[in-house]
Design a protein. Sequence first.
Length: 286
Amino acid sequence: MLSYRHAFHAGNHADVLKHIVLMQLLDYFNQKDKPYWAIDTHAGAGLYALDTGYAQKNAEYQSGISRLLPRDDLPVSIAAYISLVRQLNPTETLSVYPGSPWIAQQLLREHDQLRLFELHPTDSQLLGANFADAGRRVKVQNIDGFAGLKAALPPAPRRGLVLIDPSYEEKQDYQRVPSALKNALKRFATGTYAVWYPLLQRHEAQHFTAALKNIPVNTWLNVSLTVRTPNADGFGMYGSGMFILNPPWTLRSGLQDVMPYLGKVLGQDSGAGFVLEGGDGPAPRS
């Protein structure tokens, strides 16, 4: 949807979960010398101002990243994430939040490559400007991310991590994501695919993870964070999740201490909690 701007939500609880998981995935890929591609299908602008513009409208970062910055009891993986955020904010003032592309660029090595797709013309232009000095290993394209993914697979080094996180403001995204994953697995069966999704009370969202669990794949991992009790009127996002196909074997254990901590610090009421589950192959059909 071309009206959607992620800047409104930058640094919120969903970004916190997404980026901590992304960092753990990239850390795993970096354990082997062989190069890989990181592909971001809905890259956004790459960097977001928090002290002005869109982010100030709802100030969602105040119930997300801002709650973690002053803590002195951070688990190791969360501390690494906070360290990256502080690179952009060397003073006590939180003024910039990094998107997934910037985080990935910091962790990729010289021989790895980053492919960024963004359809929104303004965000795509900002993305290109933010990575203008990144060199040939980063490629930015102003195209639909699902189409870009299809063209990019399989990656030349036959190692790759794909992040898929559309806005889901269009109901079609709930069908486009599983379809794109099935097609991607045919082209690149050994790739790791990380899908972000919102927790909402709308019908499509309620049945989304079930559709992902039915995709034929060797292994999957589902992690979600609920920060509050759903509103009585049925509106609003009360949490989010990451569904990973072909996850690293270390990921589940790496999230064991992270998720209870995020539930405690980012939780807004007694409805806060988390899910951490995994499986082999498609779930049985009911």
